[in-house]
Design a protein around this ligand. Structure first.
Ligand SMILES: [Zn+2]
Length: 262
């Protein structure tokens, strides 16, 4: 049993850390000693610990392999985004986060799109979801809504090309992904999704900032089509609203010059 455990471990070929190797060696010594002492309870306990360790190694190995495969498959991706889509996304998030007070709540939506060739994707449509939790600094999609939204895209044959949410604060610095944001992105990439994340933050009157991100920022590039959007840093853009303004006092609420309408 021990030799099969160790050979399976060695055969994993994923370069596990020295610490894990040490744990296996220590565990195997403990098991050997217990067998030599004919101590059944101690042997079973040592064997159980080794099996747990092996399961952990396998799970982590699968995750690493998926991550590497996802990265390789999605490297060199190009995302085409039009300026009006960005404005509509920002407006959508503002509406979903509006409280009527000075502080907007975070909001989120998925983005479905088109795949033009092996590496080119277009941000096509906002895919709304319901929130399980929504505060000033945090938004969590409800599990049921998450599954429904992604299944709907899958059934329709529409790729998930992005996910966008809003952050509190103002200026380009406020668009930096949190650890939670990066973990979410990491899970998507491990699942083979090409999607990139984007985060909006308010700017001064009539402007907003948006940052696109992935675990490896060099694996994709964003091409914005249309006017009133300026790249101010790698994957960070300033968006100017053509005919409206954002009331900074009233959180994210946007007034559109035309008034009413759609
Ligand atoms: Zn965030």
């Amino acid at each position: 049993m021990l030799s099969s455990l160790l050979s399976a471990f060695a055969g994993s070929g994923r370069g596990e850390s020295a610490e894990v190797v040490m744990q296996v060696l220590v565990g195997s010594r403990t098991l050997n000693a217990a067998i030599a002492e004919n101590d059944m309870p101690k042997s079973m306990k040592a064997l159980d610990q080794l099996q747990r360790l092996l399961r952990r190694v396998r799970t982590e190995g699968r995750r690493e392999a998926n991550k590497a495969e996802g990265c390789k498959r999605n490297s060199g991706s190009r995302f085409l985004v039009d300026a009006l889509f960005l404005e509509e996304s920002f407006r959508f998030l503002c509406a979903r986060g509006a409280t009527g007070g000075a502080t907007p709540l975070e909001a989120f939506h998925f983005v479905g799109g088109l795949q033009l060739d092996a590496h080119t994707f277009v941000f096509g449509r906002i895919v709304p979801v319901a929130f399980g939790e929504q505060t000033v600094t945090r938004v969590r999609v409800s599990d049921a809504s998450n599954i429904t939204a992604l299944a709907r895209l899958d059934i329709a044959g529409i790729p998930l090309v992005g996910h966008i949410h809003s952050h509190p604060g103002q200026g380009p610095g406020a668009t930096t992904p949190s650890i939670t944001d990066r973990r979410f992105q990491e899970r998507l990439e491990a699942g083979g999704h090409v999607a990139v994340g984007a985060i909006f933050a308010r700017g001064g009157a009539g402007e907003a900032f948006v940052r696109f991100f992935a675990m490896d920022p060099s694996r994709f590039r964003i091409e914005i089509h249309g006017n009133n959007v300026q790249e101010i840093d790698q994957n960070v853009f300033r968006l100017r609203l053509a005919d409206g303004h954002i009331s900074s006092r009233n959180g994210c609420q946007i007034s559109i010059g035309r008034g009413g309408g759609v």
